[in-house]
Write a protein that binds this ligand. Structure first.
Ligand code: FES
Ligand SMILES: [Fe+2]
Length: 422
């Protein structure tokens, strides 16, 4: 349980707040590259409690600027793309990717007035078919080249959803593996069963739960800190500790990304804070082909905008990610953590809060928090259990032979960590 000030410190997103400043040290995905094209050269963006306009010039350059034209405040998302910038709809002033004013066509010939006008602009980069933005202090940190963003011969797509809740409750869920057998198995089966005729429900429920199709019982969960965040491990009933679910696990990248997948699917679930009560859930999926298969070149990476709600206004829970999103949304816009009761299985959540608090302190002392990159390390491979990496014939890829070791924390240590955290 946190006090109100602690809860605020962890959930606020605007500039000048501790968490808002910490989140500004990281690059955030704001759109698929394919969203900005000749038909749609601009996109309105809300990121870290700021309204911004993303635009693509006719030469292919990309910029992220404040929305209001500094002349008489028309919204620049209505502007017209030109080779070197965007021309305001109202009186034709032009701004480039750095926010410089290049042209004021109705000012007297020879006027230097435009040199005095500059608007706010943030660095953007494109990688893996995604537009990434950095809103932090200069110099910008380096955008990390995570493995799946860089692989050739794969198929990628993006799923994009806007959720009416704070980003941290999405992350709490990623440190809470025990929800799988309840939210996905038990409740998910119930929700899907309710869409069937009444006489089929009992049989459906029995089949879903007996097949363990949607989440086996977890005997234990464990968490390790690593260079970029936390590795999450689970031991499922009937498995030994040599199973990759336990031995390899998968990561949560600090501060707001879950890496997950199995077999030939790899994905990032990135919980992009739009503001204190809205999160852009940016899901980046990569499908690796069967061994030896060469795919045709993919072209633009597709973006699917999934519905979060059913026609009756209730949150959709007819798919696994929808069930997670439902859990986050039904906790309210900002979960009241002053009135929660964390148990032993919430050890990962406690660990993550401790980690965030440590990183806030590091930033406040002038240092770089975890997973901030200052050099380009090239592709960074991340561990993901039971998965076929390109170029490897067995699951686990480069992590296949990882030795067994005890995680930093398991459930039984929850009480101790809880005491440390208080
Ligand atoms: S309001 Fe943009 S040019 Fe006048
Ligand atoms: Fe889940």
């Amino acid at each position: 349980m946190l006090n109100a000030a602690q809860n605020e410190r962890l959930t606020q997103t605007s500039k000048g707040t501790p968490m808002g400043e910490l989140l500004r040290r990281y690059w955030h995905p704001i759109a698929g590259s394919s969203e900005l094209n000749e038909e749609n050269p601009t996109k309105e963006i809300r990121l870290l409690a700021e309204d911004l306009v993303l635009f693509r010039t006719t030469k292919g350059g990309i910029g992220l600027i404040e929305p209001s034209c500094p002349h008489r405040k028309a919204n620049l998302s209505y502007g017209v793309p030109e080779p070197d910038g965007i021309r305001c709809a109202y009186h034709g002033w032009v701004f480039d990717e750095t926010g410089a004013c290049l042209d004021q066509p109705s000012e007297p010939a020879g006027s230097r007035f435009k040199d005095k006008v500059k608007i706010k602009a943030y660095p953007v980069e494109e990688l893996g078919g995604v537009v990434w933005a950095y809103l932090g202090p200069a110099p910008a940190t380096v955008l990390p080249k995570w493995d799946i963003l860089t692989w050739d011969n794969v198929e990628r797509f993006i799923v994009s959803m806007e959720l009416p809740c704070n980003w941290l409750q999405c992350m709490d869920n990623s440190l809470d593996p025990v929800h799988f057998e309840w939210l996905h198995n038990y409740w998910g089966s119930y929700v899907l069963g309710m869409e069937k005729p009444a006489e089929e429900r009992a049989e459906w429920k029995e089949r879903m739960q007996s097949e363990n199709a949607r989440g086996r019982h977890e005997v234990k969960v464990g968490f390790d800190r690593f260079e970029y965040g936390v590795i999450k491990r689970r031991l499922l009933e009937g498995d030994t500790e040599d199973n990759q679910w336990w031995r390899i696990g998968h990561p949560v990248l600090f501060p707001n990304t879950l890496r997950v997948g199995q077999n030939r699917n790899f994905s990032f679930q990135i919980r992009v804070p739009m503001d204190d009560t809205h999160t852009h859930h940016f899901v980046y999926r990569v499908q690796v082909p069967e061994e030896g298969v060469v795919l045709p070149p993919q072209g633009p990476v597709r973006v699917d905008f999934e519905n979060v709600y059913k026609p009756d206004g209730r949150v959709r829970a007819d798919w696994v990610l929808g069930q997670d999103q439902a859990a986050w949304i039904i906790q309210g816009p900002i979960t009241d953590r002053t009135d929660e009761h964390l148990g032993a299985t919430d050890v990962g959540i406690i660990l993550y809060r401790k980690l965030i608090n440590e990183q806030l302190k590091i930033m406040e002392d002038g240092g770089d928090p975890i997973n901030v990159h200052r050099t380009d390390k090239g592709p960074i491979y991340l561990q993901q259990e039971h998965s076929y990496y390109p170029g490897y014939t067995e699951t686990g890829g480069p992590f296949r032979d990882m030795p067994l070791h005890s995680p930093d924390v398991e459930m039984e240590l929850a009480e101790k960590i809880s005491a440390d955290f208080a």
